[in-house]
Ligand binder design. Structure first.
Ligand code: HSE
Length: 313
């Protein structure tokens, strides 16, 4: 096999109470990477579309090539690749944009190399790309983008990643206001010490959310979608956050939180029925603030990254 295309989905990291340890994957939104195996060694980013010219082509700066290089280093391989990246996700949006590029690249490279790695074993290479992209080696975007569904990162040293249950009917509305926020900036407002009472509240909510997913108990999921560690500090970076949250809860949301490091907000709901009300209200509130918002509806993607098309020699 010489050429292959792979897709990796957008993700919602943190899911309110699971800062750096929980994430889930979305359907239809994501990035596509086409790889061509070359005779010459080395990695080359040949083209990027959909990024408005903002992403680096340099192989040591692009998350696709950083991830592939980490994989090749682990194999001791000199294989060369030309990379074509189609961005389907906005940059700095909190929708796991850098993660989707890295995961799509890894899925494609692994397949072109004859699948030397199981899918889950590609994770450390994707985490290296996240470290380069935002300075923090967090896995709560790359793990769900790779594996699909709801994912818990129980530990990072060594990695212990668990796929959680996804209750039937769980739906997500994404509200993406049209401005950019870098993960490193939204991490810089966080505190590095957590009062004991907040640690207790947060652990109760993470445990409750996971139990709610396995029990398909939407009431428990709703009660558990609370974050006392990141949201109180990050909300100040997000115009209209409190108003939008109050409106979505009034219109039947199970919960609303910051998707990853923002500015996108995610709304979880039982079934799709309230989606158009969420959209209408979000558009009204953001318009009053002078902001445009893109609204996406998605079910939970349980498949993760996958190859879509290949050409053999
Ligand atoms: N857990 C990371 C953060 C996700 O909140 O900083 C970034 O998308």
């Amino acid at each position: 096999m010489k050429r292959i295309k792979a897709f990796a989905p957008a993700t919602v990291a943190n899911v309110s109470c699971g800062f750096d340890i929980l994430g889930f994957a979305l359907d239809s939104l994501g990035d596509t990477v086409e790889l061509l195996a070359t005779e010459a060694p080395g990695l080359r980013v040949k083209s990027i579309t959909g990024d408005g010219g903002k992403l680096p082509l340099a192989a040591d700066q692009n998350t696709c090539t950083i991830a592939i290089q980490a994989m090749l280093d682990a194999m001791g391989s000199q294989q060369g690749f030309d990379v074509h990246l189609q961005k389907g996700l906005p940059l700095g949006s909190g929708m796991g944009s850098s993660a989707a590029s890295a995961v799509a690249a890894l899925v494609a490279a692994n397949e072109l190399m004859g699948n030397p790695f199981e899918k889950k074993d590609l994770l450390p290479f994707a985490i290296e790309a996240e470290r380069a992209a935002c300075g923090a080696a967090h896995a709560d975007n790359v793990a769900p983008s790779l594996l699909g569904g709801f994912v818990l990162i129980r530990d990072y040293h060594p990695l212990d990643v668990i796929k959680l249950s996804v209750p039937k009917g769980l739906c997500c509305t994404l509200l993406h206001p049209n401005y950019q926020l870098n993960t490193s900036d939204s991490r810089s407002v966080l505190r590095d010490r957590i009062p004991l009472k907040d640690a207790i509240t947060q652990s109760g909510n993470v445990a409750g959310l996971i139990a709610g997913l396995f029990l398909a108990d939407f009431g428990l999921i709703s009660r558990s979608l609370k974050d006392v560690i990141a949201e109180p500090y990050r909300a100040s970076l997000l115009p209209g956050f409190d108003r939008v949250k109050t409106a979505m809860m009034q219109h039947g949301a199970l919960g609303l939180g910051i998707s990853g490091s923002g500015p996108t907000l995610f709304v979880l709901s039982e079934g799709p029925e309230n989606h158009s009300k969420f959209e209408q209200e979000a558009k009204r509130i953001y318009a009053e603030l002078g902001l445009q918002v893109d609204v996406f509806f998605s079910t939970i993607n349980t498949r993760g990254g996958y190859s879509i098309d290949s050409e053999t020699e």
